[in-house]
Structure formats: structure tokens, C-alpha cells
Design a protein around this ligand. Structure first.
Ligand code: IPE
Length: 269
């Protein structure tokens, strides 16, 4: 019996977060190889990737996460509607890099971009997940954070990959676990990383445990580690395992997806 997992590749892992539209090709290849191992070991993967520098910088500049604003409040280089199109295209460009990395590993994959099938934002967004569910064995269904249409008066907004994974993990039958692969961090830390201070990794985390998450508000238009943990607990509440691991080190992502013991943070229901 094959298992099914939902995997999120964070945008900060697959792109250089501070350099506009810069992809980390070696990281993508390393991650794609690990999906290949999963498939070969009987684990099917639904993949969601973030935006990193292909989404947040421009979305923030044009305040797309706030929805439609009066023209006077907006930076003059383009209208918000033009920025919506531009960010959607940038996300398609990043997605093409992801698909190329999967193809280099001979993985068959299909992308369903949210702006074509989803509406509204947050974990309660609207959109039919049937196509993800119907994927044949061994085919990776892919989606990503995106700018989606919203009901009036917002008109548009940012649907985070962290919201997509909640619905995918809890509504698609047979999903065993949800894995967040992150860049530059081994899991949830007791305190945000600081120079010359050793990180304290929390191997497990309960909803009641306190931690101070780092969130670069000046750059991110979605939620940082706090959103992942919050969304993760929505998923553990439905009996699905949730792990947060470092996507840059060893084969932790594959190990986590295959249910092996791994360095990272496990959320406890
Ligand atoms: C954000 O998606 C989408 C856009 C900014 C267009 P995510 O919230 O999933 O992205 P990362 O993982 O934080 O980069």
C-alpha cells in the first residue's frame, strides 16, 4: 500500500530570498532527488512550493496582500492589477524551474497554479481539490503560493503555500504526513537565530509550548514560521503527522517524508 505525503518547499529554501528572482538550482536538484527516492520507496508526494524572491518583494512593494487599495496609496511604477499579473508570471517562472528540476530526476509532475482554480485566502480558501486527489500513483501534483482573485472589496490577495497544504493534507484521503522543508534552520528554534549564540532546536512542540518565531515583516507578505506552526497544528488536530525540517542538510526531507527518525521539529497534537 503506497503512502501519501504533502510536502512544502519554503520559498526561502529554493530561492535567494533577498535577491530578486534568484533560484537556488543546486538546492532544487537536491530536493528533487529526494522526491525521487520517496516515489521509489512507495511514498507519493503532493508538492507545494513557496515564492521567496519571486513573490514577496514585488507583492510587498505593491501591497497586494492588502487587496485593492485607492490608486493614490500605491507606488507609481505600475497599477496593482499590473502587479498582480507580474507576480503571477514570476510565480509561473519559478514553477518552471521547479518542474525542470523534477524532470531532471525523471519525475512526472503536473502543476495546478492557484490563480487558475482557487479563490480567496487563508486556510479556508475556496477551490476544488479533486484533481490533486485523482493523481495516478507516482505522479507528483504541484502547486504553489500565488496571487488569487478574492471577493469584493479585496478583489485579490496572497494565498500562501502554507494555507494550501492545510487543505491538501486534511481533505485528500490517505495523507499520512505533512512536511515543511525550510532554508537555514533545522526546525522550530526556542529563540530566533542570533550571531554567536547556539540555536536550541525544539525536537517536539505542543500548542501550549512557547517560542519566539522570527518573522521578517519588512519582506514577507505571508506568515513566516509562526504561520507554519499555526497551520501545522490545524493538521495534527486531524491525526496527520507534521514535521518541520532543514531542506539544505543531508536527506532530511526524504527521511521525514518516509517516516524515518530525523533531525527537526515534530508537532504534537
Ligand atoms: C507566497 O507564498 C506567495 C506570494 C508571495 C505570491 P508562500 O507563503 O507559500 O511563500 P514562502 O514559502 O513564504 O516564500
Amino acid at each position: 500500500m503506497r503512502e501519501r505525503v504533502v510536502l512544502k518547499w519554503g520559498g526561502g529554501l529554493i530561492t535567494e530570498k533577498h535577491a530578486l528572482k534568484t533560484v537556488r538550482t543546486e538546492v532544487l536538484d537536491h530536493l528533487a532527488e529526494q522526491i525521487e527516492s520517496c516515489i521509489q520507496n512507495g511514498v507519493d508526494v503532493i508538492l507545494v512550493h513557496g515564492a521567496g524572491s519571486f513573490g514577496h518583494l514585488r507583492a510587498k512593494e505593491h501591497r497586494l496582500h492588502e487587496g485593492k487599495l485607492p490608486e493614490a496609496d500605491i507606488n507609481g511604477s505600475m497599477t496593482q492589477e499590473e502587479a498582480v499579473e507580474a507576480v503571477r508570471n514570476d510565480m509561473l517562472e519559478l514553477n518552471a524551474h521547479v518542474m525542470q528540476a523534477l524532470t531532471r530526476c525523471d519525475i512526472s509532475a503536473v502543476t495546478l497554479s492557484p490563480h487558475q482554480w482557487a479563490r480567496n485566502t487563508g486556510a479556508g480558501f475556496d477551490g476544488d481539490l479533486a484533481l490533486f486527489e485523482q493523481a495516478p500513483q507516482g505522479i507528483v501534483m504541484v502547486s504553489h503560493g500565488d496571487v488569487v482573485d478574492c471577493d469584493e472589496p479585496r478583489r485579490f490577495g496572497i494565498l500562501s503555500g502554507d494555507d494550501l497544504v492545510v487543505r491538501l493534507a486534511t481533505e485528500i484521503p490517505g495523507v499520512k504526513r505533512l512536511v515543511f522543508a525550510m532554508g537555514g534552520v533545522d526546525g522550530v528554534l526556542a529563540d530566533p537565530p542570533q550571531p554567536n549564540v547556539e540555536d536550541v532546536l525544539l525536537p517536539t512542540l505542543r500548542k501550549t509550548d512557547l517560542f519566539t518565531g522570527e518573522h521578517a515583516v519588512e519582506m514577507d507578505v505571508t506568515g513566516g514560521i509562526g504561520l507554519k506552526v499555526e497551520r501545522g497544528f490545524q493538521v495534527t488536530a486531524r491525526g496527520i503527522e507534521v514535521l518541520l525540517v532543514n531542506g539544505e542538510k543531508d536527506r532530511r526531507v526524504a527521511d521525514a517524508c518516509m517516516g524515518k527518525e530525523v533531525v527537526g521539529t515534530r508537532l504534537l497534537a
